[in-house]
Design a protein around this ligand. Structure first.
Ligand code: AMP
Ligand code: MN
Ligand code: MN
Ligand code: MN
Length: 288
């Protein structure tokens, strides 16, 4: 692990405990091999991969940040809030996440029913076969549908079946913004808006969302994300400054199959951003 000014941070990634395809151990090894010094494992609505990731991180000499990515419904739209440096043993956080996982199970049944009406049989069992952890995600339905030949690849399958106005779309009723941010803060963590440029909402609504997020106690925003372009990052850096939010960066890595996302590839934060890790204590004398 380097103590130079060139520490590499990747603060958003997924393992087989949610909808990633690498085990926590394999994820940490790959991150290390790609030059990541500080990695956050942020599985959707579950923290069960952190213990295994921590063992491997200690072995290879990588700093693991205990994270989670929480599904939120705000004003009828789904948002994702990343929690960094949460205590996974916090009971309020765990009770909240368990509720979201139950919501996912119910939503999965509904997705399968809708697909069945559309002539696609066996989607629930098919998706469950891809779900190697305790959550059922649209990603698992997508993998089943691709395998069964209903679409060529993940992007096409989402577009055809799993997004708004498509036959297999069920939005899900997730946590409120207040709940998600308070679970994270109560568990000692920092709440961060995930991939803010990816939501299909107007700039006005995004600003309203950011204001509500701050009112709830949120402190960070992903300026750099695997799903952001350079101009998205520049735009989000402006929001970070305007709303005095700390800037985060993460690949949102899900596995080697998604070649457009790689661990440790996030661009540097634009000038003028205050990094979310500025005041972190990572066992080193100086943080960058
Ligand atoms: P869920 O939380 O179950 O609604 O599933 C959302 C997940 O689906 C995201 O975390 C992504 O991993 C994945 N996803 C969403 N849209 C796409 C897309 N267009 N292509 C590939 N994966 C996607
Ligand atoms: Mn995902
Ligand atoms: Mn997300
Ligand atoms: Mn993610």
């Amino acid at each position: 692990m380097s103590t130079s000014n060139a520490l590499h941070f990747d603060l958003h990634s997924h393992s087989t405990l949610s909808d990633g395809t690498l085990s926590p151990e394999a994820l940490v090894r790959r991150a290390h091999a790609h030059g990541v010094d500080v990695l956050a494992l942020t599985d959707h609505d579950v923290t069960d991969g952190l213990a295994e990731a921590a063992v491997t991180a200690a072995e290879v000499g990588l700093h693991l940040v205990s994270g989670v990515e929480i599904s939120v419904t705000w004003s009828g739209v789904t948002f994702h809030i990343v929690g960094l440096n949460v205590d996974p043993g916090h009971s309020g956080l765990q009770t909240g996440l368990a509720k979201l996982r139950a919501t996912r199970t119910g939503r999965g049944e509904e997705i399968a029913q809708r697909l069945e009406k559309h002539g696609i049989e066996g989607a629930l069992a098919g998706a469950q076969a891809f779900a190697t952890g305790p959550i059922l995600s649209r990603t698992h339905f997508a993998r089943f549908l691709v395998e069964a030949g209903y679409a060529k690849d993940m992007r096409k399958v989402f577009k055809k079946f799993l997004v708004h106005n498509r036959p297999g779309y069920v939005p899900g009723e997730w946590a409120t913004l207040e709940e998600a941010v308070s679970w994270i803060c109560d568990a000692g963590g920092q709440a961060v808006i995930a991939h803010p440029a990816r939501y299909r909402i107007s700039a006005t609504r995004l600003r309203q969302f950011i204001e509500s997020f701050k009112d709830c106690g949120g402190v960070g925003i992903e300026v750099v994300s695997g799903s952001h372009s350079a101009s998205d990052a520049a735009g989000m850096a402006q929001y970070a400054k305007r709303y005095e939010l700390l800037a985060s960066c993460g690949s949102d890595y899900h596995g080697p199959e998604q070649s457009w996302q790689e661990l440790g590839r996030p661009m540097p934060l634009p000038d003028g951003c205050v990094p979310i890790w500025k005041e972190w204590s990572m066992g080193w004398e100086e943080n960058t």
